[in-house]
Design a protein around this ligand. Sequence first.
Ligand code: CMP
Length: 137
Amino acid sequence: SIERTLVLIKPDGVARNLSGNIIARIEAKGYTLAELKKVNASRGLLEQHYEEHVGKPFYEPLVEFMLSGPVIVAIFEGHRVIEGFRSLAGTTDPSTAAPGTIRGDFGRDWGLKVQQNLVHGSDSVESAEREIGIWFA
Ligand code: CMP
């Protein structure tokens, strides 16, 4: 069935001027861009978005990284877009994400405390609706 997913282009992707390329790849796979904006996220918004990671060792570096510059926030639509986008993004660690994926082609480990892995995508229908509610309140 038709799904919606929340995609973030993280501060590393924006700073490296990869936003257009990343959006083009998602559109080229056949998904439809429904909403798009550039945001300087607040700490409160990021704490809501990442609430499932509170207490993990990478949580505070992750929030600091996400505060380090603007992010692009998008909603994409299509049949099975949630798993389709996650496949296109590649696995979490960009050093070993498969070539051909967004993270595998553009990302790597920079030796920091957090994986700067260019993009975020919702992992389920429930989290997509929750995250869309946070970023497009
Ligand atoms: P994201 O899909 O936005 O969800 C949580 C983020 O935390 C993840 O992408 C990475 O940026 C980061 N992350 C997840 N696991 C680790 C880890 N083991 N070490 C550092 N950062 C991580």
